[in-house]
Design a protein around this ligand. Structure first.
Ligand SMILES: Cc1cc2nc3c(=O)[nH]c(=O)nc-3n(C[C@H](O)[C@H](O)[C@H](O)COP(=O)(O)OP(=O)(O)OC[C@H]3O[C@@H](n4cnc5c(N)ncnc54)[C@H](O)[C@@H]3O)c2cc1C
Length: 402
């Protein structure tokens, strides 16, 4: 069997490695003609994402590119503690890590290439069809490829999603834009690897001290009208520095000072989420990762779910007798899990853009609800998800993961 994988972000190279472990060949086609520079600020690779990488023996490079970040302390605009969110599984051994997004891209891509996976850059998919016994993919450069199946790992603004179902909805804009930066020389009152996130008066702010003495930070600002694609990319970082410091001027904590002293401020981008895509597969084409379900970045789960998807799909293709049956079994397990996490993240997002009354209610209720929401059974299910590569997949998806 040969799989055509579209997209070399996070899901794509992971899918190629997992398929290889399952004895299935693949080629990855990536639209970008160069590496992963400028793909965003930093992210958290959660314990469940690390576990999924471990099931294919590929966690090493990603883990060593980051530093451990076991918990997040949430505070209000006045600095009042609202609660702590644990970001690791119940075993306590696998701790979530924070790393630059571009470094995670490179870690999985380089590891896949080291294992002999072919990744072709500068290949933008524009069309694909199911054929009598496989798939045919057409690229913007006019070239075509055929394979036995096609896996769309082409992210939030997926082309494959529309080819599977032309009526599939577009990602929803969250009303927030996000950006971040790196600061040196500003002391903060938290330990290395300990996140602090603040529901500020006007916007949301998070920071984490890194082992090399820097402070990595991000901000989510309300921006009711969705900006045109690419419109924010050209805004001068100095404009953001000025705007952001005034956004956080009235909040307790180091936000304004960290922004003022930043040596680097990354371009801003609109924040989207993709809730329910009714059709994940048609014939021999399927979407995984952000192409199928994108929780808002607030969840800290998008990358990890994409890796889980890649491994679970490869297992289903390994164990079930035909491609369509494997796709159906895969979907029946993955859909409830990912849609629960997408929904949970949307709730937190609403709190980030609360008005004056909403803020008072949030700050009163959060200490009551956060421990249950963040550290209860749901959190254990999210962060403690374990994939056992040797457990066979059944046709109803019932034996997936744990
Ligand atoms: C600001 C921000 C913060 C985030 N923070 C976190 C976090 O803390 N934790 C977390 O887990 N997740 C986080 N995420 C989400 C995470 O980055 C995504 O969930 C993850 O990248 C999804 O992986 P993917 O492989 O599905 O898609 P992507 O990483 O988007 O990769 C898609 C790839 O497909 C390529 N492509 C697109 N169209 C085509 C085409 N037609 N033909 C060929 N190639 C194509 C793209 O160039 C890209 O390389 C964050 C996202 C953002 C924006």
């Amino acid at each position: 069997m040969k799989a055509l994988i579209i997209g070399s972000g996070i899901a794509g190279p992971c899918a190629a490695m997992a398929l290889q472990q399952a004895g299935i060949d693949s080629v990855v086609y990536e639209a970008r003609s160069t590496g992963a520079d400028g793909v965003g600020v930093f992210l958290t690779l959660a314990s469940n994402g690390i576990d999924a990488l471990r099931s294919i023996g590929a966690e090493g490079p990603a883990v060593s590119a980051g530093f451990p970040t076991p918990a997040i302390d949430m505070v209000s605009t006045t600095g009042k503690a609202l609660g702590q969110v644990r970001t690791s599984g119940p075993d306590g051994d696998t701790v979530s890590r924070t790393l630059k997004r571009a470094d995670l891209y490179s870690a999985v891509r380089d590891e896949a290439q080291r294992r002999g996976v072919r990744i072709e850059q500068g290949k933008r998919l524009v069309d694909a069809q199911n054929t009598k016994d496989g798939v045919r993919a057409v690229f913007a450069d006019g070239s075509e490829e055929v394979g036995d199946l096609l896996i769309g790992c082409d992210g939030l603004h997926s082309t494959v999603r529309g080819l599977i179902d032309p009526a599939a909805g577009a990602p929803g804009y969250s009303g927030l834009i996000g950006l971040g930066g790196y600061t040196s020389g500003v002391p903060v009152n938290t330990q290395v690897g300990s996140y602090q996130m603040m529901f500020g008066k006007r916007a949301f702010f998070g920071f984490v001290p890194s082992p090399d003495g820097q402070v990595w930070w991000f901000a989510n600002l309300p921006h009711p009208k969705e900006p045109d694609r690419g419109a924010l990319a050209g805004v001068d970082p100095e404009v953001w520095r000025h705007r952001l410091t005034s956004f956080f001027a009235d909040d307790t904590g180091p936000a304004a000072e960290l922004i003022r002293a930043s040596r680097e401020i990354t371009p801003a981008s609109p924040m989207h989420a993709l809730r329910t895509v009714p059709a994940w597969h048609r014939g021999r084409m399927i979407i995984i990762g952000d192409a199928a379900h994108a929780p808002s970045p607030t969840s800290g789960q998008g990358a990890s779910l994409s890796i889980e998807d890649a491994v679970e799909l490869a297992k289903a293709l390994r164990d079930l007798p035909n491609v369509e049956g494997a796709f159906t079994a895969y979907e029946s397990l993955r859909r409830p899990r990912v849609e629960r996490i997408v929904k949970q993240a949307a709730r937190i997002n609403n709190n980030k853009a609360a008005g004056p009354v909403g803020r008072i209610i949030r700050d009163l209720m959060m200490p009551v609800f956060l421990p249950r929401l963040a550290n209860g059974e749901q959190s254990r299910q999210t962060y403690g998800y374990h994939i056992d590569w040797s457990t066979p997949t059944s046709a109803d998806g019932a034996t997936f993961g744990s």
